[in-house]
Design a protein. Structure first.
Length: 235
């Protein structure tokens, strides 16, 4: 009788063996944290690249607001000031943006933004029910691995002079009840400070001029000291 050797245990195609991994790396989990007062961030529609993250970090920016979906109205690619086409946020990118520098991440906090034409919210012809919009937002948040508690921004546009606030609040409420906080992101033409008292009590100044790239909008968080502060995702 012949005894078994180490080489006999390597396995073959016909007789595979299991390989035990010793001390596998611990996965880095993204979590929601209260955003730092007066932190500066960028609003970006395309996939975040190391060169862009490094450039803005060197200018003192702390976070990124990343689009979950394509804007309902987009500028032509040749239009002055038009930004990159929107690419949906993925879990892989969320991990990369929020990851620590020493683990090949960008070291930026992250918040998502969802674009919605407010005039299309409702039960009329050509409109979408608030519950369906909220479900779409929640599905995208799940696909992007955005942790519970993070502030989700709604970028509302409208082709009409006014939209039903009750319909918008219904969208906010469903997202809020699912564990996220919700904020309304001001339009780029609105330069004044704004306060969203329904869910957030933090004052923020939208869309400062970027010193390095005028096509990328920037935003600054205010004191963030209200009862319902802004939360961002970070590792």
């Amino acid at each position: 009788m012949s005894s078994s050797t180490t080489g006999d245990n390597k396995g073959t195609t016909e007789n595979p063996t299991l390989v035990k991994i010793v001390n596998p790396p611990v996965p880095q989990l993204t979590y929601a944290e209260v955003a730092h007062p007066h932190a500066k961030g960028i609003i970006y529609n395309g996939t975040m690249k190391p060169s862009i993250a490094d450039k803005y970090k060197s200018e003192g920016y702390n976070f990124c607001i990343r689009s979950l979906n394509a804007p309902t109205t987009q500028s032509p690619p040749t239009a002055k000031g038009s930004g990159p086409s929107t690419i949906p946020l993925t879990a892989q990118e969320t991990n990369r943006i929020t990851g620590a520098n020493d683990k090949h991440g960008y070291g930026l906090a992250l918040m998502p933004v969802y674009h919605q034409d407010a005039s299309k919210i409702g039960a009329g012809t050509g409109q979408t029910a608030p519950s369906d919009i909220a479900t779409s937002v929640l599905n995208l948040l799940s696909e992007a691995a955005i942790p519970i508690g993070t502030t989700v921004w709604l970028q509302l546009t409208s082709t009409e002079s006014s939209s039903g606030s009750g319909q918008i609040q219904a969208v906010e409420q469903q997202i809020f009840q699912s564990g996220y906080s919700v904020g309304i992101l001001g339009n780029e033409v609105q330069q004044q400070q704004q306060t969203n008292g329904r869910v957030l009590e933090s004052t923020y100044t939208p869309f400062e001029q970027s010193s390095s790239n005028p096509q990328i909008r920037t935003i600054t968080i205010g004191d963030n000291a209200g009862s319902y502060p802004i939360y961002w995702a970070i590792q």
